[in-house]
Ligand binder design. Structure first.
Ligand SMILES: [Fe+2]
Length: 354
């Protein structure tokens, strides 16, 4: 598996090849759970000169990234390895921006605002979901809020991606479920994005083709090493598809749910995805049929298979959620446009109101 600017290695045990792709002092950016799982020790044992920043937090903020960048300034690495879930990779990517150009992360919001060359970046996901390893964007939160900020530049793309399904064994079942559903949603939203191209749709279809045969086993906690490998590859393909085409209204509607009710991203997206797909079917139903007959009902059935509880949304909050969803950048790429009142309708349908 290759892309023009990345080397992607995908096989069980491929973490053992890390030393072939780095040189000099290596900074590993990770979180305490990944240290506890033993993955950092395994990676560090392969390297001669290594320092570890293990303070990554979920939904990293501007300040979290600044802290990581400061650690890097003090330790002066020659390359950076993001080892963990999307939060580790986003923190590492954010630090690349600050190290190369200074300032604060909000200076880089948007696309192509990096000010200089960046250190080589190697991405090693330990979850199969975000696809961050194949994206040039660091998705971060503004300090003091859950407001998402996307900072992207081609120079922030990982030079090497190591997909080792042995690393995903340590994921708790609920994390495996929610990240798998997020990856599925990435393949489905990017497949119908109004910003898509033949190439991006090809990536979305490849992602779906890799994920669809194994996701039920993953959700049941019965996935084999090979099944988890397929999930990792599918998640990476979906990440590449997002890079080329962006997402849609399920992500736009999910972000306010995470912001107000702390609903985990994959859960929030999944609670909205079937409603958004029914809304979209009028214009892209043929694409859904091409992906899988009965696709929307099947997606809906996965919510139960993953044993996700219903998201509790007070009806008096729906107008505010809809206003916020309509402002989300990602919503503009939805194939059927939505106004605030349309988002209200989606929320009411998703949460069982008429
Ligand atoms: Fe997502």
């Amino acid at each position: 598996m290759t892309s023009p600017s990345q080397i992607i290695i995908h096989r069980p045990g491929s973490l053992g090849e890390l030393h072939k792709h780095v040189s000099g002092k290596v900074l590993i950016v990770t979180d305490p759970g990944i240290v506890e799982a033993g993955h950092v020790d395994r990676a560090a044992a392969l390297l001669e000169d290594v320092v570890v920043f293990d303070q990554v937090r979920e939904n990293p903020t501007e300040s979290d990234v600044a802290q990581c960048a400061q650690f890097a300034r003090v330790t002066s690495p020659d390359c950076i390895v993001g080892l963990g879930g999307g939060s580790s990779m986003d923190t590492a990517k954010g630090a690349l921006f600050l190290l190369s150009g200074g300032g604060v992360m909000s200076d880089y919001q948007g696309h192509g605002k990096a000010k200089g060359p960046m250190l080589p970046f190697i991405a090693i996901p330990t979850t199969a979901g975000t696809g961050s390893e194949c994206q040039s964007y660091a998705v971060l939160c503004r300090d003091g809020s859950h407001e998402k900020m996307a900072c992207g530049d081609p120079r922030a793309m990982a030079k090497v991606v190591i997909l080792d399904p042995e690393l995903t064994e340590s994921m708790p079942l609920q994390v495996a479920r929610l990240t798998a559903l997020d990856a599925l949603s990435h393949s489905l939203e990017s497949a119908v994005s109004n910003n898509g191209t033949d190439k991006s749709r090809g990536l979305s279809f490849q992602a779906f083709g890799s994920i669809e045969p194994v996701i039920e086993l993953i959700l049941k906690g019965e996935g084999s090493l090979e099944d988890r490998n397929r999930m990792l590859v599918g998640s990476a393909f979906a990440g590449s598809a997002i890079e080329a085409s962006m997402l849609g209204a399920a992500h736009a509607a999910a972000n306010p749910l995470t912001a107000h009710f702390d609903v985990v991203h994959g859960h929030a997206v999944m609670s909205m995805l079937p409603s958004v797909m029914r809304w979209n079917a009028r214009v892209v139903g043929c694409v859904y049929d091409e992906l899988k007959p009965g696709l929307i009902d099947w997606v809906e059935s996965l919510y139960e298979l993953a044993e996700l509880p219903p998201v509790e949304v007070p009806s008096e909050m729906i107008a505010q959620l809809a206003t916020e969803a309509a402002k989300q950048w990602t919503g503009q790429f939805n194939p059927r446009p939505l106004a605030v009142m349309d988002f209200e309708g989606l929320y009411r349908r998703a949460f069982g109101e008429s």
